[in-house]
Write a protein that binds this ligand. Sequence first.
Ligand code: GLU
Length: 288
Amino acid sequence: MSYRGRFAPSPTGHLHFGSLIAALASWLCARRAGGHWLVRMEDIDPPREVPGSASSILATLPAFGLVADGPVLYQSQRMAAYDAAFEQLRAADQVFPCWCSRSDLAEVDGMHRDGRCVAAPDHDRPPAWRLRVPDMDIRFDDALQGPQRQNLRESAGDFVIKRVEGFYAYQLACVVDDAWQGITQVVRGNDLLDSTPRQIWLQRCLGLATPSYLHLPLALDASGRKLSKTERAHPVDPDEPLPALRRALSFLDQSVAKDPASVEALLNHALAHFDAASLPHCSDRSAA
Ligand code: GLU
């Protein structure tokens, strides 16, 4: 099977340095493997979305030489697929409706376990839907961070896959689409390392293949916080891509050409020297 990678931004702001790193690393892995690199817009959480950011992100990527192989997949257009996955889980009794609030769950360590609700059913308002998780260790070998193990019951509990507002949760949409797009390796930031066991469990429940995973160190700001779109991290400048691209390659410990004539020359040089094993292993590092 040929390599298929993806970059899956949420439209919660312009492309910033942290997301450029994820886009660039996933692109390098896919190109180096002679595979496909896809872009998926994770626009399934309208309250968190910032108008105009999906088109801004999509216009910025090509300025950095990151051009997808094929059309962008918009999660907002994939509801039928999420409905089908949800129905599959419901038919197998793997999900249950839940009316528990955060304060209800505070009584039980903040975690929903063993399908046991604190709040009584209230048929006058919609429930959230949770996936039952077993008392079981999920193990996987991260291509960068090494062997990982998480007990789902202890660390995640029965987690929400459909929210009270009716929106599907990131975990479900991500798993359905990674499978549908035939993704063979997920390259993304370390902040999602602890979501991965939940995604692997969902893949098993739905009978989907598990791709390999590679979690990158996070870019931190000067005060040690994750750069994130929602905290208004500085957007990268599509009119002057070379400085940010150079910094992103250095952040990823990759070879940076001295005087590249163009974005393409800088990327081609990096690609010619790229080796995924040389990506930085440490969990997080300063972007400064
Ligand atoms: N949409 C997520 C984000 O922008 C990334 C999801 C993923 O790569 O699995 O943080």
